[in-house]
Ligand binder design. Structure first.
Ligand code: NAP
Length: 294
């Protein structure tokens, strides 16, 4: 049900994610205008009380908030970078996935068009939208985030990361790096254990405990990285490298793929060769922080 006390909002792009966003605004009582290239995707939302704008230009009103959620930035410019769309005085929040350079460029483009602009990254799947589990990141001017936070709160747990428009995209990919590393490590361990008849479900609780335990180390390692000092209070990089060799040997001995541990050991070997063997593991930031040569 829409409630006229709530701020109006427009949602452009009603794919799987855009429909979830518009649905959450409606659920929270915001008068919600929607537009999508394929009009039929608006049917359910219209039945729930959304207004279907006849054109994309009509969906955007001066002084109001417009959420954009499209496949990519090309689609954003295809749709909105035209004289028939008036952006002056509007605020755009762009949840379209892209990289940090694209986000910063879009902010400059929006400024040229007279619009206020926040970039966003949705760290959730559509069914989670509207619940506290949906973590939604924003970057750009703090004042624009503050002005629209009461509306954005309808979507989930919303956070402002900083004024640099590229931050939301960078956090997005940094989060993906975490996700795939944890999943790949678990798959490596699962492949090893299956050779001894241990199934994935048996290993999963142990793996989860390991992941949580290692996560506890992050604040301490972060202090080392930020201070640039890596005293090995618990284990040196040399000790880690010897254990990496065991992981590779064991994987090869039981016929399991050893590519990933070899890649990680190659980085650690370079760090040892550069004289960091007696320091703690986080010194590897120096390998991660530069392009790979070779
Ligand atoms: P989707 O279901 O494929 O929807 C894509 C949307 O973009 C549709 O509304 C589509 O319109 C529109 N579109 C594409 N090209 C267009 C163009 N040239 N002109 C006008 N409209 C165009 O994708 P989605 O899952 O909603 O994802 C949308 C964005 O959210 C992506 O950047 C994605 O990375 C991000 N995201 C998605 C998820 C997720 O779990 N789905 C999670 C986090 C972030 P039509 O309907 O007419 O084709």
């Amino acid at each position: 049900m829409t409630n006229t006390n709530e701020a109006p909002v427009s949602v452009i792009g009603l794919g799987l994610m855009g429909q979830a966003l518009a649905g959450a605004f409606l659920e929270a009582g915001h008068p919600t205008t929607v537009w999508n290239r394929t009009t039929a995707k608006a049917d359910r939302l219209v039945a729930e009380g959304a207004r279907l704008a006849p054109t994309v230009a009509d969906a955007i009103r001066p002084g109001s908030l417009t959420i954009v959620c499209l496949t990519d930035y090309d689609a954003l410019y295809d749709l909105l970078d035209t004289d028939s769309v008036e952006l002056t005085g509007t605020t755009l929040i762009n949840f379209t996935s892209g990289d940090s350079a694209q986000a910063r460029e879009a902010a400059r483009w929006a400024e040229r068009r007279g619009a206020r602009y926040l970039d966003g990254a949705i760290m959730a799947v559509p069914p989670a939208i509207g619940t506290a589990d949906a973590v939604i990141l924003h970057s750009g001017p703090q004042s624009d985030f503050d002005a629209h936070k009461p509306t954005l709160d309808a979507l989930g747990t919303v956070t402002h990361l900083g004024e640099d428009h590229g931050l939301a995209s960078l956090y997005d990919v940094a989060g993906l790096a975490m996700m795939w590393s944890i999943l790949n490590a678990w798959l490596q361990g699962t492949a090893l254990l299956r050779t001894a008849g241990v199934d994935a479900a048996t290993f999963a609780p142990f793996a989860r405990q390991m992941a949580a335990g290692v996560a506890e180390w992050l604040p301490g390692h972060a202090e080392s990285i930020d201070s640039g000092s890596f005293p090995a209070d618990v284990a040196s990089l040399d000790t880690h490298v010897r254990s990496m060799a065991h992981l590779i040997e064991e994987s090869e001995a039981v016929g399991v793929n050893a590519e990933l541990p070899k890649l990680i050991k190659a980085m650690a070997d370079r760090s040892v060769a550069a004289g960091h063997g007696a320091e703690e593991y986080a010194v590897l930031i120096e390998e991660f922080a530069k392009p790979h040569e070779g």
